[in-house]
Design a protein around this ligand. Structure first.
Ligand code: ZN
Length: 254
């Protein structure tokens, strides 16, 4: 789950700029292919999702080039919008520790990311400068699942998904589009972006694949099969987890 734009707007109304953005640029630059260890089937799956993402945005005449250009133009506004209030609420120490360890495992510096306690429907959400944690639901999960939930958010951070949501909202506002059509594309886009984050985190190694399986099993047990327009079904995620675990195990044996 990413922080949705409406919620972000609320945050900026309350917020003041405390973050310089240097860490943020540094983080986005880190998003270079670390896929050499992934097997070809999983790499193909990732490429397929990536292809579908651009195909979907192409329906609104939005290309990779448009998004990159607009992201550069709007980066300043975005950084202001996602800045974190100094009065933010902290998470408990054990949660903070687990999050810091996971950030370090993905080569992110915990000093670049605020960890904020937040009441919201999902257990976690993110921007490029903050992880928002709903400890009530987050702590219902086992440690491996908690780690995966954070690893999933980390992929959003590395991909710049929250920035892209911000930019897409503005690009779409500028275009004379049928709102229903635009919404449909954005929902499909969002589902694909969620699957991409799952796949990226889960294919790090077989241990992460296992954590994905545990996280999706627990989520399905706890909340059942969702029917969200912006997120894939939990059952679809569980199936993807099973495929990845099988594939990663095969790879380990070979
Ligand atoms: Zn997500």
């Amino acid at each position: 789950m990413k922080t949705n734009h409406k919620r972000l707007i609320k945050k900026i109304i309350l917020g003041i700029v405390v973050f310089g953005g240097i860490g943020f640029l540094h983080i986005l630059n880190k998003n270079n292919g670390t896929e050499s260890h992934k097997d070809s089937l999983l790499s193909a799956k990732l490429q397929e999702i990536d292809g579908k993402i651009w195909q979907e945005l192409g329906k609104l005449n939005i290309t990779k080039n448009t998004l990159t250009k607009k992201s550069n133009q709007l980066q300043r506004n975005y950084l202001q919008e996602i800045s974190v209030r100094p009065t933010r609420r902290r998470v408990k120490e054990s949660t903070r520790q687990l999050i810091y360890e996971t950030l370090r495992e993905f080569d992110l510096n915990p000093e670049d990311i605020h960890v904020v306690s937040e009441e919201m429907p999902s257990p976690a959400s993110s921007t490029e400068v903050a992880l928002y944690i709903n400890e009530k639901t987050f702590c219902k999960h086992s440690t491996p699942a908690q780690r995966f939930i954070i690893a999933h958010e980390i992929q959003h951070i590395l991909n710049g998904d929250s920035l892209h949501d911000f930019v897409l909202d503005r690009v779409i506002d500028e275009k004379p589009l049928n709102p229903r059509m635009a919404n449909k594309v954005l929902n499909t886009y969002s589902q694909l972006v969620e699957l991409r984050a799952d796949l990226q985190a889960a294919t790090t190694n077989s241990e992460w694949a296992q954590r994905y399986l545990i996280a999706t099993q627990e989520t399905l047990e706890q909340v059942g099969d969702n029917s969200s327009s912006t997120h894939p079904k939990n059952s679809e995620r569980l199936n993807l987890a099973r495929t990845i675990v099988n594939q990663m195990n095969k790879q380990t044996i070979l």
